[in-house]
Design a protein around this ligand. Structure first.
Ligand SMILES: NC(=O)c1ccc[n+]([C@@H]2O[C@H](COP(=O)([O-])OP(=O)(O)OC[C@H]3O[C@@H](n4cnc5c(N)ncnc54)[C@H](OP(=O)(O)O)[C@@H]3O)[C@@H](O)[C@H]2O)c1
Length: 309
């Protein structure tokens, strides 16, 4: 079985397409033949070693997290999933390895693929939408009538947060780069500002929550945009911000893994057309290394880059 893997933490030069044997299928696990796998910033951050304290020391490690594919085998204790089912999901960050022909993972890490989505589209959902869900609903506790500001409202996480929030009757304002203004407006963000727009200061004290998807808004600036009970949610923690996230009442950190329990609800929302992932570029698996390197070094595509297997 071929996969993208690496023998040491480091830059793009550490990746190669190599062969790996799948472990034995556990009782609560499934084996999936991967059809498509989406590239997320999380994938190269893991390869660089940002989570190495929390991961096993075993190498080589497979790369890739979000995927869609077809179940090829089910463990004896798996309920509700069968060989031939089309699923999408997210591999546990300690295992990783979705940029591969086949994967084995725990059955609770997948949901049935919405029929209206292609494998490529479904592979774009897990990390971005789970993160947006954790931030907007679990941490910021937004509900109908709340007013949310999303800093970086057009990236994969930002666009997912916009779609989730608007569908629940939450008012969404936000910021983005000049090139993304039109797509933000078309998505329903109102008003939308470019980064650093002086008029943003007039919005101080207005919001029930500020969600910074990029990690570029200072905590002070974010807090000043909030009303008295507002919450600032961050998804790009530094060590200092991790500590702050544990101690501060109005500053919260959100992580993709917090949303795994909502994967079936996410599938339902995609089936209803509420969640509309944008595939920017589909790349054959043989070109995986150059596609990951390009995404990592800042090549911009309108939407997500997906590997097709
Ligand atoms: N805590 C967690 O569990 C978690 C989970 C997921 C992501 N993250 C982190 O959150 C950050 C955002 O992740 P993401 O997946 O949303 O990244 P992304 O899709 O690359 O978007 C990030 C930003 O890049 C710009 N951009 C992306 N594609 C573009 C395009 N085609 N044209 C123009 N601009 C484009 C957008 O900003 P502008 O257009 O406004 O410049 C966008 O807001 C990353 O640092 C990631 O590591 C954390």
């Amino acid at each position: 079985m071929k996969r993208v893997q690496y023998d040491r933490y480091g830059g793009p030069e550490r990746m190669y397409i190599g062969k790996a044997n799948l472990p034995q299928l556990g009782a609560k696990q499934i084996r999936v033949t991967v059809s498509a796998a989406a590239i997320n910033p999380f994938d190269w951050k893991l390869r660089k070693g940002v989570m190495k304290l929390f991961r096993s020391r075993k190498f080589p490690k497979g790369m890739g997290t979000d995927f869609a594919g077809v179940i090829a085998a089910v463990g004896r204790d798996v309920k509700g999933l069968f060989v031939g089912d089309e699923v999408f999901g997210s591999v546990d960050f300690n295992e990783s390895g979705a940029f591969a022909e086949e994967i084995i993972l725990d059955s609770h890490l997948v949901a049935k693929k919405p029929a209206r989505l292609s494998f490529e589209e479904a592979a774009c959902l897990p990390i971005p939408v789970m993160t947006a869900w954790a931030a907007v609903f679990d941490k910021a506790k937004m509900s109908k009538g709340s007013h949310l500001f999303i800093h970086g409202c057009t990236g994969a996480v930002g666009a997912s947060a916009v779609q989730l929030a608007l569908a629940r009757g939450i008012k969404v304002s936000g910021s983005c780069g000049t090139a993304s203004l039109q797509s933000a407006k078309a998505a329903g963000v109102d008003p939308v500002f470019t980064y650093g727009d002086k008029q943003l200061q007039a919005q101080n004290g207005k919001f029930d929550a500020v969600f910074d998807t990029l990690g570029t808004l200072s905590v002070g600036a974010g807090l000043s945009m909030l009303n008295r009970k507002g919450i600032f949610v961050d998804i790009n923690p530094t060590p200092g911000r991790m500590v702050r996230g544990m101690l501060a009442r109005r500053y919260k950190l959100a992580f993709a893994t917090m949303g795994i329990k909502h994967l079936s609800a996410i599938a339902d929302l995609a089936s209803e057309g509420v969640l509309r992932p944008t595939v920017g570029l589909v790349v054959p698996f043989t070109d995986a290394l150059s596609a990951i390197t390009a995404a990592e070094t800042g090549a911009r595509v309108p939407g997500k880059v997906v590997l097709a297997l």
